[in-house]
Structure formats: C-alpha cells, structure tokens
Design a binder for this molecule. Structure first.
Ligand code: SAM
Length: 288
C-alpha cells in the first residue's frame, strides 16, 4: 500500500533533521506544499485527512537533505508581500533584510511629509530585486531605481522586475553618477559585506549564494560597503538618507566610515531577533 502524506511528512522531517537542516518541520511541509501546489496550512490539513503521498516528494526531500536551499528547489523566496523568483546565480533574500525595506519606507514617508510627492529611492546591489520591488510595491509613490552588476544575478533581476515600475541600471554601483542616474532622497543597500576569512558554515550559503554577493573585500568585508557610502555621497540630495545592512561585527566600522564621510544622525537598528544589523545616516546639508 502506498504511504500517506502524513507518513511521507514524518519521513521527510526525520531525513532533514538527520541532514542538519535548521528547520526540518517547516521544510518538510513546504516541500510537500510545493509538490501539491497548496499552502502549508492546506497541506497539513490534507495530511490529517489521510491524503496519499504526492509523487516526487521524496526526490525533493533528498535534494534538500543534500543542503540545496529550499528556495532553489521551490524556485521562489518569500520577502515581505512578494514571492520572488530565485535560483542558481542570485542571492536568496533573507528575512532580516525586510528591516531594510521598512527603514526605506519610513525615510521615504518622512520625505513625503516634507512635501516631496515622489521620493526617489535607489537600491545598490539589488540581486533578485527584493528591496527595490518591495519598496515600489508597498509605496507606489516612490520612484525606485535598482542597480546590479553580475550577469548571473541579472537573469533573475530582470525576471522579477519585468513589467514593474522599478528602473533597472545594469552596471557597477561604484560607477553610478548623478549625471547618469539622477539624484535620490534615499540610498538603500544590502551590499556584499562578509569578511574574507569568515566563510559561512551553512552549505546553503557557502555553496549556493554567489561569492560576489557575499564577500565585501579588504579583509574586514568593508570595501564594498564603503563604496556604497561613496556612491551615496555622489547621488544623494542634501539631507538624504543612507540605509545599509551589515554584520554585527561591523557596527563600529560602519559608524566610523559614515562619520569620516561627513554623514550625520548615524543610527543603529536591530532585527527581529535583537541583533544590530542595519545603520541609517543622513547626508549633511539642508533639505531642498
Ligand atoms: C548581499 S547581495 C543582496 C541582494 C539583494 N539586495 C538582497 O538584499 O537580497 C549583494 C548584491 O550586490 C551585487 N553586487 C556586488 N557588487 C556589486 C557592484 N559593485 N555593483 C553592483 N552590484 C553589485 C551582487 O551581485 C548581489 O546581487
């Protein structure tokens, strides 16, 4: 007799736990939901009602047990209100980066309160387009630009941003100038910032996220974050906002680099688990 969905889920949970997957229960259920084309809740309800095991489920569990990222297997990553297409070649957006979107929305809102009807926002190193598209979706009054350089990532950026209001610049964010891109009220970025020697332990990150999305350079991982600050100095309007994700270990390096460049109101922000993972700052000068 074929197994039931409930038996398959129990097997999946055990396989994934044995393989060291951090969230075996959720992943076993989400893979079944993917095969069935249902939500996780509906899948679990079907399991209770005695539904049969779906064809192909065990193959997906075996891939996940080999530590292929869940999002590469399902082809999508949830991010705020979005489901983004992801796969090999692009950085999988993380839950902690949702904080950056909220900060960008809050800063854009402040500009609107100050009389700017359509604040211009630029996302440096957009990858899947996660931050740019979330801002444009949640505050359609913003004029959003996204910048990405890597050809493999751009396949996914183009796919996610096609038909949306986000303008895509396919170039190195170190080369963005006001002459080519205009000036912005908000610069937001989740740049590569992992210190060179801190190779991530999770195979999902180490073996699947592109190295060009991870390592920031200069040993401490600060070269590309500092380059994003320098681009912000060029393209922000006076009084404009700079918003950046970083590692916990980089809090002081980031604050120092911003102060060195003349940014003021440097403020640290914590993610939902209480870790200091983002810094905001304001470009000196009177708001115009
Ligand atoms: C950590 S990932 C963040 C992706 C996305 N913003 C997110 O939060 O999910 C950094 C991204 O910056 C891109 N990138 C790295 N260096 C770049 C550069 N010099 N110019 C433009 N994009 C760059 C990488 O290809 C990658 O997509």
């Amino acid at each position: 007799m074929p197994d039931t969905l409930a038996q398959a889920l129990a097997w999946g949970r055990a396989e994934l736990a044995r393989a060291g997957v951090g969230s075996p229960d959720a992943d076993a259920a989400l893979l079944a939901a993917h095969v069935l084309g249902l939500s996780r809740g509906d899948t679990e309800a079907r399991a209770i009602l005695g539904a049969p095991e779906p064809t192909g489920y065990r193959d997906l569990v075996r891939r996940r047990a080999g530590r292929e990222p869940l999002q590469h297997i399902t082809g999508t990553a949830p991010f705020r209100q979005l489901d983004l297409a992801v796969g090999p070649g692009v950085f999988v957006p993380r839950p902690e980066t949702e904080l950056l979107v909220q900060l960008a929305l809050d800063h854009a809102h402040a500009w609107r309160e100050a009389g700017e009807l359509h604040p211009a926002v630029i996302d440096l190193g957009t990858g899947s387009g996660a931050i740019a598209l979330a801002v444009a979706t949640e505050d359609p009054a913003c004029r959003v630009t996204a910048v990405e350089r890597e050809p493999a990532a751009l396949e996914w950026t183009r796919r996610n941003l096609a038909g949306t209001a986000v303008r895509l610049l396919e170039c190195d964010y170190r080369d963005v100038t006001p002459e080519a891109a205009g000036r912005f009220r908000v610069v937001v970025t989740n740049p590569p910032y992992v210190p060179d020697r801190e190779i991530p332990e999770d195979p999902e990150v180490r073996d699947y996220d592109p190295p060009t999305a991870l390592y920031g350079g200069d040993g401490a991982g600060m070269r590309l974050p500092c380059a994003a600050m320098d681009t912000a100095l060029r393209v922000l309007r006076p009084g404009g906002s700079f918003i950046m994700e970083h590692a916990e270990s980089q809090v002081h390096l980031v604050a120092h680099a911003l102060a060195e460049r003349g940014f003021r109101d440097v403020e640290l922000h914590h993610d939902l688990t209480g870790r200091p993972r983002a810094t905001t700052a304001v470009l000196a000068g009177t708001r115009t």
